[in-house]
Write a protein that binds this ligand. Structure first.
Ligand code: HAM
Length: 424
């Protein structure tokens, strides 16, 4: 009989404890930052109606065209594993009548997302995002604050060489005429475009500016730039965002070909990069303003702005920049010998847990030598040796692993004595 080998689906991976500590750390720091800036945590379902993403992210985008995991339920609902978090939050804002809350409504999220992309470095089919969204405020200060929050998060994580790239893609006033100008420019240079961009020129002309193909680079370089065609309002908004960023001395650079791969953006768009040890830029986060999204989904006119990080990429960078988290040291190890001692050991461990003192054990091993080896590996400072005699006398041996000195302690005084030792 042949054995079947099961593996994780392509582009997905197990997050083992060694890696999970990075997720934990990022979420912990994010929570503190979110609390400070007044963001409340939100969880939306992992699946949403397909139409939500078609309407918001956009029918002609790669995400909707090629990358959604969709499924039909037994009840004939047509659902998609969420490829991103902004549309679900806009949906939730409308569905839960968040208009009635004090505006802006500030929300953050941390969870898995799904895109059927070609798996490669930094691109997964299940990946985690951390996002911040502020809904219900049109002022440019919110754009700057979202960027500041993202920047601060990376700083707190000790990530170096961070740079924010910014652009404005206008709004429904000025973008249509810019798109026409760009389309007519591209029509003249059609033969120099890659096959995808020939299609994009008709379906989603802005995306040509985002093309990475060598063939399109010279066409892109000479293309009309969004910033030159902004209406007065968009121009003013963008100028203010830059002024706020200058005020807080946040490093940024303008990137006229930054348009983002999702259709709901208006005005400010940005991406945040950091360099790895080989000077390769990694896109850690993306975001921008989406003033029309809630209206587009059937809600009122609610301007909004947000951003999301790709957690695997942040972790990759933390590893490459050698930002290693030290495990809290185990200072105490409990070694038990004999049935009675083993039996009583669980309760001893509980005493330590209640007082929040970390203690390790190896209940599966019975020989003292093996247990001391493990304590040595963990670099424990003290080992508690609990044998049959000690268990009968309600006592325990405390061994200082550095000096080799041993002392007999009453079980009743154990926590008190350990606290004294750890204070020294
Ligand atoms: P996005 O640029 O599509 O924007 O994704 C944000 C970040 O998620 C990217 O910068 C990247 O780090 C990470 N990411 C995206 N796809 C993958 C993948 N396949 N594997 C690993 N990481 C990935 C959004 O999703 C918007 N919802 C962001 C936003 C929030 N805009 C406004 N508010």
């Amino acid at each position: 009989m042949t054995k079947i080998k099961f593996q994780t689906p392509s582009g997905m991976h197990d997050i083992l404890p060694e890696e999970e500590k990075y997720y934990y750390k990022i979420e912990e720091i994010a929570r503190k930052i979110a609390d400070f800036y007044g963001f409340g945590k939100i969880h939306t379902p992992i699946v949403e109606q397909v139409g939500l993403f078609e309407k918001s992210v956009g029918n002609s985008t790669d995400i909707v065209q090629k990358e959604m995991y969709t499924l039909k339920t037994k009840g004939n609902d047509w659902l998609a594993l969420r490829p991103e978090g902004t549309a679900p939050i806009a949906r939730s804002y409308i569905e839960n009548g968040m208009y009635n809350l004090s505006q802006p409504v500030k929300l953050w999220y941390f969870g898995p997302f799904f895109r059927y992309e070609r798996p490669q470095a930094g691109r997964y089919r299940q990946f985690w995002q951390l996002g911040f969204e502020a809904l219900g405020e049109k002022s440019s200060i919110v754009d700057a604050q979202i960027i500041q929050i993202c920047y601060n998060l990376l700083k707190e994580l000790k990530i170096k060489n961070v740079i924010v790239e910014l652009n404005s893609i206008g709004d429904k006033e000025c973008r249509p005429s810019y798109k026409k100008i760009l389309a007519s420019y591209l029509k003249k240079r059609q033969s120099s475009l890659c096959s995808d961009c020939k299609k994009r020129r008709k379906d989603n002309v802005l995306r040509v500016l985002d093309c990475k193909e060598d063939k399109c680079q010279s066409v892109k370089a000479d293309a009309p730039q969004t910033l030159d065609y902004l209406c007065e309002e968009c121009k003013k908004h963008f100028k203010e965002v830059l002024e706020y960023l200058d005020e807080i001395e946040l490093p940024y650079s303008l990137n006229s070909s930054l348009v983002r791969g999702l259709d709901y953006y208006t005005k400010t768009v940005f991406e945040i990069f950091a360099k790895d040890s080989l000077e390769k830029s990694i896109a850690l986060a993306g975001g921008g303003r989406y003033d029309d999204l809630i209206n587009l989904l059937g809600g009122r006119n609610v301007p909004a702005c947000g951003a999301a990080f790709g957690i695997e990429r942040v972790i990759e960078l933390m590893r490459k920049q050698e930002i290693i988290d030290q495990e809290p040291e185990v200072q105490i190890f409990l070694a038990q010998i004999g049935e009675l001692a083993k039996k009583k050991s669980l309760n001893i461990l509980e005493e330590f847990r209640k007082t929040k003192i970390k203690i390790a054990e190896s209940f599966g091993r019975d020989s003292l030598r093996n247990q001391l080896n493990k304590a040595n590996k963990l670099k424990a400072k003290y080992v508690l040796i609990f044998g049959q005699k000690e268990a009968l006398d309600n006592q325990i041996v405390l061994r200082d692993m550095e000096t080799g000195k041993q002392a007999l302690i009453k079980l009743d005084n154990l926590i008190k004595e350990i606290k004294k030792k750890l204070k020294k």
